[in-house]
Write a protein that binds this ligand. Structure first.
Ligand code: NAP
Length: 292
């Protein structure tokens, strides 16, 4: 039987409806949640992410400041802008779109954002608190994945979860949240990466398989256990002359074949992506509540 499709757009829109009410309440008490977004350079994917974030702010009635800087911007100039946003009382959250140009030290920039405004959840203090199970801003994509599982009634507790990918922004934090002693956690987690041996043997044991690799259709149907829940985080552009823009987006999972093996699956686009932006809005609204 074909898998049930986990509709990330729908789940994200439900969460945003709840957020809209919270924004109205905050506004009634004189606080408009604000997000500062910084983009350096002209990377087309980054530009489209940033414009989606601007749109999401507008739709929710959030205040946003969007600064687009040329690729030649120096690290010192970027740090100065972060400082300005750190000190701007209208801004509750700061997002520096990654990746940054190579001449800029990304870690230095992330660490410059004060933890109170770290709505991306990338600051070491936020990560440390997350690992300890303390209240903090959770990184948006991993948090969005947990929300997708919960909203789709997937039993995470006790499940064998395999995460393929160990990046700081997806693989490692999602593995950690799945391991946490909280709702959406308590799973038994295995993390695979480029040095993992016999990866298919491991992924075939997964009740829940999370692919965050960045390689188009890397996960083939034979790597998926019958009835598994598959979360495809990957967003890859592949050339497609039949499309007006010359490419199409595919995930890290061979979607059509996986539909016949999985019990539930996220599509690309329309799965994890809309949740990432929604959890950014969620963190920004929560930061504004802290200001209150
Ligand atoms: P990344 O930093 O490039 O990390 C990729 C991970 O995949 C690494 O840990 C790497 O292992 C592992 N990997 C690469 N080749 C592999 C192989 N052949 N076998 C097993 N593991 C392999 O990527 P990322 O930032 O985590 O992003 C992953 C994907 O998710 C990308 O397509 C990205 O565009 C997408 N993404 C989507 C969203 C969203 O909102 N939908 C958000 C973030 C990212 P090593 O550590 O050993 O190198």
């Amino acid at each position: 039987m074909a898998a049930q499709i986990i509709d990330g757009k729908l789940i994200a829109s439900e969460i945003r409806e709840d957020l809209k009410k919270e924004v109205l309440e905050l506004k009634a008490s004189g606080i408009t949640p604000g997000l500062g977004v910084i983009l350096v350079g002209e990377d087309p994917a980054s530009r489209s992410y940033v414009s989606a974030k601007e749109k999401a702010c507008d739709n929710l009635g959030l205040y946003s400041e969007n600064v687009k800087l040329p690729a030649e911007t120096t690290e010192e100039e970027l740090l100065a802008l972060v400082d300005t946003m750190n000190n701007n009382s209208k801004i509750d959250g700061i997002l520096v779109q990654l990746p940054l140009p190579k001449h800029i030290d990304t870690d230095r920039v992330i660490m410059r954002i004060i933890p109170e405004k770290d709505v991306d959840g990338f600051h070491p203090q936020s990560i440390g608190k997350m690992i300890m199970g303390k209240d903090t801003f959770l990184p948006c994509t991993p948090h969005g994945i947990i929300k997708l599982l919960l909203h789709s009634n997937v039993k995470v507790e006790g499940a064998n979860v395999v995460v393929v990918g160990r990046s700081n922004i997806v693989g490692k934090p999602v593995a950690n949240l799945l391991l946490s002693k909280s709702e959406g956690g308590n799973a038994t987690v295995t993390v695979c990466h480029s040095r993992t041996k016999n990866i298919a043997e491991i992924t075939r044991r997964a009740d829940i398989l999370i692919a965050a690799i960045g390689k188009p259709e890397f996960i083939t149907a034979d790597m998926i256990k019958d009835g598994a829940v598959v979360i495809d985080v990957g967003v890859n552009r592949v050339d497609d002359s039949t499309k007006k823009r010359g490419y199409r987006l595919v995930g890290d999972v061979e979607y059509k074949a996986a539909l016949e093996k999985a019990s539930k699956i996220t599509p690309v686009p329309g799965g994890v992506g809309p949740m990432t932006i929604t959890m950014l809005m969620y963190n920004t609204v929560n930061s504004a509540k802290n200001r209150k």
